[in-house]
Design a protein around this ligand. Structure first.
Ligand SMILES: [Zn+2]
Length: 96
């Protein structure tokens, strides 16, 4: 009876092991996929505000001249076009 008792137990264990393995594999797949998504989401939500901020901050220096702005050749500050008093030399009202 012991072997009879053991036999189904073993197959039970095997079966549960199999299902556990399957679950593990499925879980792992699901988890890794989820983690990737989360990481991507986190990275995106992290990057977007940071990128926006640095872009906003850098916009003044990286894009010195916009439609209505100019860079003064003397103080190298970006001024609104209304501050441009010497259009030839690009001198702002402060430096003129
Ligand atoms: Zn200036």
């Amino acid at each position: 009876m012991a072997t009879d008792y053991d036999a189904p137990r073993q197959s039970d264990e095997e079966m549960s092991e199999d299902s556990i393995e399957a679950l593990k594999t499925r879980r792992h797949d699901k988890n890794s996929g989820k983690v990737d998504e989360d990481e991507t989401e986190a990275a995106e939500s992290f990057e977007l505000p940071g990128a926006d901020l640095s872009h906003e901050e850098l916009a003044v220096e990286v894009k010195p001249r916009q439609e209505d702005e100019f860079t003064c050749m003397r103080c190298f500050l970006v001024h609104h076009r209304s501050q441009l008093v010497d259009e030839k030399n690009l001198i702002c009202a402060d430096c003129a």
